[in-house]
Every structure is written in structure tokens, then in C-alpha cells.
Design a protein around this ligand. Structure first.
Ligand code: DP6
Length: 325
């Protein structure tokens, strides 16, 4: 019997500026459309994977507690199918997120797992193939393989649906302020089920899908030109379109709480006062605000004063996923 092999990796979560919300039918977790995100230094997951021939089943320890390993095992089966270690694995993962925020960690989680598991299994894989592997764990995880601004591509074939980094003069200037609402209560609707339910029942879903390609083109042009206002404007509009589509599902999926709306109003007021501030919202009540290095602290202070906000964090762009030992 061969001995155990181990590797650890670190990955940062990312926040989409043009959202992924809907899949193609069939296997492989293929997104219906592309997306575009910013990887964030403040939201880090560290994961150690040990393939151990002495184990009878895969095990997952999440933030110190044994956890359900069903999605982890599904993912490790993909890694084992690449021809490295065939042993079961112990996965120990830790989210270094600000407070108990309830922020989605599947992006950083599956990106860190993809990097640690392939390394521990002895599988050689190039970065683009790594993004496709991470996508099969969670669509947004493909984007966390890279740092900074990242573009996810869509297509009917596995090889077409990969992520790649986008260079931009904005990278040194952008910051994201994360405003946590309601202390991070557990999510009412997981993204995976909610996006499927939206695709099946929302009368606005086709219009949402038609919105994404022009929003991606606008966002990419803004990144190329270094135009933060254009990027922020399309990001806020895109997020609101996603949420409108989701609220129109039957029955409705409503992620917002009163503080979410109050934050959107505060962001508009900040803009009215000449500050750089554009909001985006994912599958929860929290609001993330795209801003610049000059205005980040002012924006964070203003949002901390909104009733129902329990914490704020200013984040710089983060690095891509990497092996740490
Ligand atoms: C609202 O990547 O969690 O954050 O592929 O089913 O695991 P699965 O979905 P997931 O969805 C992320 C949805 C989002 C928008 C985004 O990150 O683009």
C-alpha cells in the first residue's frame, strides 16, 4: 500500500460584476452565459487535502467541525478520474472571512480544493483546465483560480467554459467595501437551487440572459479603458437585473432585507456627493460596493452607519489560487 500524499492551497473568493445566474442543461455545470468578477484579498479559504489509502471514505472538516462530504466526494471523484491517487481523502478547510458573515464561500472553497487535491493526487494540470475542473465543483469557483479581474466564458462544450484573467489599469485603483447585513444569518435559498428555480419559473429569465452579453461587452470595454464609472454603472445595473429576475420567480426568491435597500439608497447618496460607489448583491442580503482607493474608507464609514449593517470590510483585489505547502 502506498503512503499518504498531502498538499495545502489558498484561494480568495470573488464577487461577480456581471453575474452568473443560470446553467445549460446536461452535465458539467456549464453556465448559460459568461460572467466577470473581481477576486478579493479579504475573503480567503485555506484547504489541506490528504489522499490516504487507510481511509474507507472521503472526510470533510469545515472550520473545525466534521461536515457533509457529498459535494466534496463528487469533486474528488473527478480528480481521481484524472489518473492520480485513487485513495480516499481527508479534506480540512478553513474560511478566513470577516466575522461570521454568511458570505458565499463555494467559490474560494472549490478553487482551493481543486488546487490542493490535484497537487496532492499528483495530477499535472494547466491553469485553464484547472478553471474547468473548479467549475464542476461550483461555477463561480472557476473565476477564483485567478486573481484580479476575471472573465468566465460560456459554451456548450466543456472546453469552452473556462475562466481567464483580464488585465486593466483599474486593478491598482479599485477596492470593494463589503457591508454585512443581519449578522450573516444562514442563507434561505442556496444559489444552486435558486438559479435553477429562477430559470424554470421566472417570466423574466430569457430577458435576463439577453442582458448578459452586452453587459459583459460594456464591462470589458470599461476595464480596457480604465473607466471605473462605466464598470460600476453596468455592475450595479446587472446585479439589479439578476435580482429582479429572481424576485419574479414563482414562488419568489427574495434575498433582500430592509438594510439591503437602505444600503442601495446610501450608495446612491454617496454617488450624489461625488464619491465612487456602485453596489452589487449576490445570493444573500449583503451589499458589496465597488469603489476606489481614495473613497474606500469614507464609503465604509458611511455604510457602517446604515441601520441593520453589522460589519464592514474594505478589500483589495486578491491573488489567484496557489499551493501553500
Ligand atoms: C449569485 O457558483 O454558487 O454568486 O455553480 O451551482 O455552485 P453553482 O453556483 P454558484 O453561483 C454563484 C451565483 C452568484 C453570482 C456569481 O458569482 O456570478
Amino acid at each position: 500500500m502506498t503512503s499518504a500524499t498531502t498538499a495545502s492551497a489558498r484561494a480568495c473568493a470573488n464577487i461577480a460584476l456581471v453575474k452568473y445566474w443560470g446553467k445549460r442543461s446536461g452535465p458539467g455545470n456549464l453556465p448559460a452565459e459568461g460572467s466577470l468578477s473581481l477576486t478579493l484579498a479579504a475573503l480567503v479559504t485555506e484547504t489541506t487535502v490528504t489522499f490516504d489509502p487507510a481511509l474507507a471514505v472521503d472526510e470533510l472538516v469545515l472550520d473545525g467541525e466534521p461536515a457533509n462530504a457529498v459535494r466534496t466526494t463528487e469533486f474528488l471523484e473527478l480528480v481521481r478520474s484524472l489518473g492520480g491517487s485513487q485513495a480516499r481523502a481527508r479534506v480540512v478547510t478553513h474560511n478566513k472571512f470577516p466575522t461570521a458573515s454568511g458570505l458565499a464561500s463555494s467559490a474560494s472553497g472549490f478553487a482551493a480544493l481543486a488546487v490542493a487535491a490535484t497537487r496532492a493526487a499528483g495530477v499535472t494540470i494547466d491553469p485553464r483546465a484547472l478553471t474547468r475542473l473548479a467549475r464542476k465543483g461550483s461555477g463561480s469557483a472557476a473565476r477564483s483560480i485567478f486573481g484580479g479581474f476575471v472573465r468566465m466564458h460560456a459554451g456548450d462544450r466543456d472546453e469552452d467554459a473556462f475562466a481567464e484573467p483580464i488585465t486593466s489599469p483599474l486593478l491598482d485603483r479599485v477596492r470593494m467595501v463589503i457591508a454585512i447585513v443581519g449578522g450573516g444569518a444562514p442563507k434561505l435559498h442556496g444559489s444552486r437551487d435558486a438559479m435553477d428555480h429562477t430559470a424554470e419559473t421566472s417570466p423574466l429569465y430569457q430577458a435576463w440572459l439577453a442582458t448578459v452579453p452586452p453587459d459583459l461587452a460594456t464591462a470589458e470595454a470599461a476595464l480596457a479603458a480604465g473607466d471605473l464609472e462605466q464598470l460600476g454603472t453596468v455592475a450595479e445595473a446587472n446585479a439589479l437585473a439578476m435580482h429582479a429576475t429572481t424576485m419574479a420567480a414563482r414562488p419568489a426568491v427574495i434575498y433582500w432585507q430592509p438594510a439591503t435597500l437602505a444600503l442601495l439608497a446610501a450608495v446612491r447618496t454617496l454617488r450624489g456627493n461625488g464619491r465612487a460607489a456602485w453596489a452589487t448583491i449576490d445570493g444573500g442580503p449583503h451589499v458589496k460596493v465597488l469603489t476606489n482607493v481614495e473613497d474606500a474608507d469614507h464609503v465604509a464609514r458611511a455604510l457602517a452607519g446604515v441601520e441593520g449593517v453589522t460589519a464592514t470590510t474594505v478589500s483589495m483585489p486578491g491573488a489567484g489560487a496557489e499551493v501553500i505547502s
